[in-house]
Design a protein around this ligand. Structure first.
Ligand SMILES: *[C@@H]1O[C@H](CO)[C@@H](O)[C@H](O)[C@H]1NC(C)=O
Ligand SMILES: *[C@@H]1O[C@H](CO)[C@@H](O)[C@H](O)[C@H]1NC(C)=O
Ligand SMILES: *[C@@H]1O[C@H](CO)[C@@H](O)[C@H](O)[C@H]1NC(C)=O
Length: 306
């Protein structure tokens, strides 16, 4: 009698737990299938599979609109118009598969350019990619000195963010014989591509333009032009700059470039009264290494009629 009661209680208990358990499972929201990311090259082919053992009555939708039927959706000569969220539906409308199709290109070797705006402290390298990969692409950027023998130490060319297209070579060696090799490798879901650029520091010096350019009319049809070295050129005393000054009125291509000057000012005389001149200044490494800076923004001055 006692044993019977016990077993009875046990059965009731088991039944109760079973009920609670089954309620809990049925109360759970239907499991959302994770969206799969699929990366596809423009112009390529792909077969999107719908996996669930079902082969009849399957439908494919892109962004909700019907685009095909059957267990496999064939994409031929993919174009940007094929981008979107693809869902495969069973005969009862259930979503069996959810694919996010991204289109783009594998990276091409980056077009890299390096210059030194702040000799001797750092070199900047920036790059472009044609065609634009259109997909998230990150860059692995390193450099090493070519003159080091045997195994050179590889340093990281510093970036703010992984997807930035510019990096900084810090603490570059002033020795004009030092060659650096810069490795810019682009990586995305479709592939990777590397460009190795050999840079010789003396070839890539390019100061920023001079700043604080001022023009003042002086008696006797003269103009004094003053400027300051670019603030990025941190040590103009040890590594002096020389300057060119461009005067023009009307067409800036009419050349009247004066200099080089090794000072921070110059005076031009014999200018006709009443005419308005535009004046701009450019800087270059004193020893003539590398490239001239871009021109500063022009300042204008009108010579008073006396
Ligand atoms: C692929 O598509 C592009 C652009 O839509 C078209 O120019 C090209 O001829 C197509 N190629 C093939 C093989 O269909
Ligand atoms: C589908 O939607 C995505 C994102 O909402 C959009 O980028 C894509 O162009 C759409 N595709 C089509 C074919 O409408
Ligand atoms: C350039 O960098 C990539 C990525 O780190 C690396 O795989 C490749 O070997 C490097 N190339 C050379 C020549 O060092």
């Amino acid at each position: 009698m006692y044993v019977k009661h016990c077993i009875g209680t046990l059965i009731v208990l088991i039944a109760f737990f079973c009920q609670v358990w089954s309620q809990e499972t049925t109360n759970e929201p239907p499991k959302q299938r994770p969206t799969k990311d699929i990366y596809l090259g423009i112009g390529s082919w792909a077969d999107l599979p719908c996996t669930d053992g079902i082969s009849e009555g399957l439908q494919w939708r892109r962004n909700g609109s019907l685009v095909g039927s059957g267990p496999v959706l064939n994409i031929r000569n993919a174009s940007l118009g094929d981008k979107g969220i693809y869902t495969c539906h069973g005969p009862n409308g259930d979503t069996i598969e959810m694919l996010h199709l991204h289109l783009g290109y594998a990276p091409s070797p980056p077009e890299v350019q390096c210059w030194i705006p702040s000799y001797p402290l750092k070199a900047l390298c920036s790059w472009t990619q044609t065609p634009d990969p259109l997909l998230p692409t990150h860059y692995i950027t390193t450099y090493w000195s070519d003159s080091e023998e045997q195994l050179p130490a590889v340093h990281s060319c510093q970036k703010q963010r992984e997807q930035d297209r510019q990096c900084v070579v810090e603490g570059v060696d002033l020795n004009p014989d030092t060659q650096y090799l810069v490795n810019i490798t682009a990586v995305n879901a479709l592939g990777s591509a590397t460009r190795i650029l050999s840079i010789s520091l003396e070839d890539i010096v390019k100061p920023d333009p001079p700043v604080d350019v001022k023009a003042t009319a002086l008696p006797g049809k003269k103009v004094q032009v003053q400027w300051a070295p670019p603030p990025t050129w941190t040590d103009p005393v040890t590594f002096p700059l020389k300057y060119k000054v461009h005067f023009y009125w009307g067409n800036p291509n009419l050349d009247s470039t004066l200099g080089p000057y090794e000072t921070d000012s110059m005076v031009r005389s014999g200018l006709p009264a009443g005419r308005t001149y535009q004046i701009r200044v450019s800087a270059m490494d004193f020893l003539g290494y590398g490239l001239s800076s871009e021109w500063s923004d022009p300042v204008s001055i009108t010579l008073p009629k006396s």
